[in-house]
Design a protein. Structure first.
Length: 385
C-alpha cells in the first residue's frame, strides 16, 4: 500500500510538472496554410510593400474574415472571463510604490484592497468564468461566479464538443442550476450582479478577441494560433466595456484582478523563435468602433520585423509596422507610454474609470499615445474588403 501511494504521488507530481511545462511553453496550433503567389519575405522582418501585397491576397482576406466571424463565440476549451470594475476599487496610483514598509502594512490593515494596489493591480467586484479549469479539474460546461471569497458553480445545458464554437449570447444555464432566474446567459449574469445592458449597438462585452499570426515557415506562409492568451472582458458599473488589451497569463482560476501592465506577448515571440518561423503580421479584432484602435494598456508588438493589424467592428483597421529599433529604443517607448498613462490618471485622482468614462479625455490620451507610437511604427489606415 505504501509503495502504491508513493507511486501515485509520483505520477501526480509528474502530471503537474508536465502541466506547468505546457503552460510555460504552450503548443502553437497551425490551422491554415495560405495559398499565395508570393512566398518569401525578407529574411529579417518585413517591408511595408510586402505587407500591402500580402493584405491584397484573397486567401489572407478570407482567413481574417473567418476568424473575425467568431468574435461573438467561445470555443469548446477556451477560458472566457467577465470582470466587474467599480468606482470604489478602480484606483491605480503609482505613488503608492514609494511608501515605507510601515505605511504599507498600516494601509493593508485598513484596506483589504491595498495589497492589490501595491502590486500594480486593481481588484474586480465580481467575476464570471466560462470553462473554468485547474490542474486536475476541467469544467468545460460550467459557469463559475465569484464575489469576494465566495464562488458558485452553475452547469450549462449548452454542451460543446471538441472543436465547436458557440455564440456566447446563446449559452443557457441548466434548469436546476438557474432556479428561478433566467436560463439565458446574458439575463442570468444581469440577475447575478453584472450591470449588462439589454443590448449593445457596439462594444458588446459578451464577445471574444479573435486573430491570428501570419508567419513564414521555411518558405510556406501559414497562420498560427498560439494558446498564449485568456479571453477576458471587463465592464464598469454602467455595463460599458473597458478594453485594456490582451490577457497574457495562465491563471485559470475563477478569481482574477486587472493587471495594469501591457501584454508584451513574450510567449508569442518565444514560440515564433523556437519554431524557426519568420514573423510577418499579427491581426486581431478590436471590440468597438475607434479612430485609434489602441487598447488603453497594450501596444502593437514592440519588436523590429513585426507588423500588427487592429480591425474594429466596421471592418476599418490600423496597420502598425515596426521600424528598425534596438532594444533600448523599445524600452524607451514603453517608458514614455507609462509616463503618459500616469500623467493622465493623475488628472482623474488615479481612478481608472475616471479615464475610461470620459470620452473626450480618453480620446485625448489615445491621440497622445498614437503620437508616441508614430516614432516607432509606420502607421497606415486599412479596410477589410
Amino acid at each position: 500500500m505504501f509503495t502504491g501511494i508513493v507511486l501515485l504521488i509520483g505520477i501526480l507530481m509528474l502530471m503537474r510538472t508536465q502541466l506547468i511545462l505546457n503552460r510555460k511553453s504552450p503548443p502553437v496550433v497551425v490551422r491554415s496554410f495560405l495559398d499565395l503567389s508570393i512566398l518569401t519575405p525578407v529574411t529579417h522582418g518585413v517591408t511595408p510593400g510586402f505587407i500591402v501585397d500580402l493584405l491584397g491576397k484573397e486567401s489572407v482576406i478570407n482567413a481574417i474574415k473567418n476568424d473575425l466571424m467568431k468574435a461573438g463565440q467561445i470555443g469548446s476549451k477556451e477560458l472566457w472571463r467577465l470582470g466587474l470594475l467599480t468606482p470604489d476599487q478602480d484606483i491605480f496610483d503609482p505613488r503608492l510604490y514609494h511608501l515605507s514598509r510601515q505605511e504599507r502594512i498600516k494601509r493593508s490593515l485598513e484596506d483589504p484592497s491595498f495589497r492589490f494596489y501595491i502590486l500594480g493591480k486593481i481588484p474586480v467586484k465580481r467575476t464570471a468564468v466560462l470553462h473554468s479549469t485547474s490542474y486536475f479539474n476541467a469544467q468545460f460546461n460550467s459557469l463559475v461566479i465569484t464575489e469576494g471569497h465566495s464562488s458558485k458553480n452553475y452547469g450549462l445545458s449548452t454542451k460543446m464538443k471538441t472543436g465547436d464554437f458557440t455564440r456566447i449570447r446563446d449559452i443557457q444555464i441548466e434548469r436546476a442550476s438557474a432556479g428561478d432566474r433566467s436560463r439565458f446567459l446574458p439575463q442570468f449574469l444581469q440577475e447575478n450582479g453584472f450591470p449588462l445592458k439589454e443590448s449593445y449597438t457596439d462594444g458588446d462585452p459578451l464577445t471574444t478577441e479573435r486573430g491570428g499570426t501570419i508567419v513564414n515557415d521555411h518558405g510556406k506562409i501559414i497562420v498560427i494560433y498560439p494558446k498564449y492568451f485568456v479571453q477576458r472582458r471587463l465592464v464598469d458599473d454602467e455595463g460599458n466595456l473597458v478594453y485594456l488589451g490582451l490577457d497574457e497569463n495562465f491563471d485559470h482560476g475563477t478569481m482574477f484582478e486587472v493587471n495594469m501592465q501591457p501584454s508584451v506577448s513574450r510567449l508569442l515571440l518565444h514560440g515564433i523563435s523556437s519554431n524557426g518561423y519568420i514573423p510577418i503580421l499579427r491581426y486581431r479584432s478590436f471590440p468597438y468602433v475607434s479612430d485609434f484602435m489602441l487598447p488603453i494598456l497594450d501596444t502593437p508588438i514592440s519588436t523590429s520585423g513585426w507588423a500588427e493589424l487592429f480591425i474594429d467592428t466596421r471592418g476599418k483597421a490600423k496597420l502598425f509596422i515596426a521600424k528598425e529599433k534596438i532594444e533600448a529604443e523599445w524600452y524607451e517607448m514603453m517608458n514614455r507610454l507609462k509616463q503618459l498613462l500616469y500623467s493622465e490618471l493623475a488628472r482623474t485622482d488615479y481612478h481608472l474609470l475616471g479615464l475610461t468614462k470620459d470620452a473626450a479625455h480618453l480620446n485625448e490620451y489615445l491621440a497622445k499615445k498614437q503620437e508616441i507610437l508614430a516614432d516607432y511604427y509606420i502607421i497606415q489606415d486599412w479596410e477589410l474588403p
